[in-house]
Each structure stands twice: as structure tokens, then as C-alpha cells.
Design a binder for this molecule. Sequence first.
Ligand code: HEC
Length: 168
Amino acid sequence: MPVARKAFVCILVAVGCTSTAATNVRQPLGAYLRPSASTGPLVPLRFDTSASARVVVRSKAAGLPPATYAAAQAEHGEAVFKKVCASCHPSTQFIGQQFVDTWGDHKLSDFYTLVRGTMPLNDPGNLKEDEYLGVLAYLLKANNAASGPDSLKPDSTLRTRRISVHVP
Ligand code: HEC
């Protein structure tokens, strides 16, 4: 993590400690930048329940039905992840307990918005829609979410589904 980014995150955490309005702010999981990775502009990632520009919202959604994905979509997404995301993120970064604790029972659309709006860091928003959705499907599958007959689609169902993941 660049020093400037670290300072930024620390300030946010400090604010989070002193203000009751921002108690849900947490540090991002972070990324391991490989020496070969080309980095773009810094993206302030911040997790809060109150929405404002450039803030990633993470809403609890325990009452919503679980998000499912089609198996072929997850397969496609794994290839995208390996090609695009793995240059900066070790493939295990978003798989396991930490991901489950961070995103489990939260709205799928919040995670989608984070990834689509900020990643890949060197070219945010510039993958194809089905590539973003594929990566989502792959990460759901990798975290043991159940598959279903339908693919994830870029429509309102993203907002009405919960990330239902667990460690084996
Ligand atoms: C050029 C490097 C780079 C690429 C490529 C990249 N990322 Fe990232 N990503 C980062 C960095 C650096 C951070 C940490 C940002 C921070 O600390 O604020 C990050 C953060 C994230 C986070 C937030 C982690 C958290 O705290 O929960 C997610 C999710 C994520 N990336 C997913 C992806 C996905 C999916 C792709 C592929 C589509 C991708 N990234 C491609 C560099 C990259």
C-alpha cells in the first residue's frame, strides 16, 4: 500500500473512532502489488453505511434471498480474474474467512459497485459487463455460494440478493 494511501486510510480510521456517524468504517482488505503491476490513480476505498461520492457502501442484507450464478459464468470469471485481477491480487485474497466476514450477508450490488467502480485499479470500469459479472460469479463460487440456473445479470436483481458465502 502506498504511503499516501496508508495515511489516508489511517485518517479515516481515526475519524471512525471519534465520530459515531462513521462507526462502520473499516480498512480495506488491501492488495499486494506485484512489482510488474501498473498502478493507476489512488482510489479512496472506504466502507461505510452512509452513501456519498467515492465511498463504498456495504449494506447488511440478511433478509434478502441468496445470490446465485450460473456455473459457466463462474468459469468465465475465473479466467478474467486470472488474466486481469491476479496481476495485483493474489488469487486467495478474496477467498476464505476474511471475505466471508467482510461481504457475507451484504448486498451483492455493493460489492459489484465497488469492483466495477474502482477495479482494475489501473483501468477502473473498463472491463466488459459480462467480465465484471463473471468475476463476481467466480468469487461467489470460490467462497462456496450455491450456483443456480440463471447467470448474474446487470439488473435490479443485484440489489435484491445477498452474498451468501461460507468457508468449507
Ligand atoms: C493494478 C493493480 C490492480 C488490479 C489490476 C486490480 N486491483 Fe483490486 N485493488 C488494488 C489495490 C491497490 C487495492 C487496495 C486499495 C486500497 O487499499 O484502498 C485493491 C482493492 C480491491 C478490492 C477491495 C478490497 C477490500 O478491502 O475488500 C477488491 C474487492 C478488488 N480490489 C477487486 C479487484 C478485482 C475483482 C479485480 C479484477 C477485475 C482487481 N481488483 C484488479 C489493485 C488492483
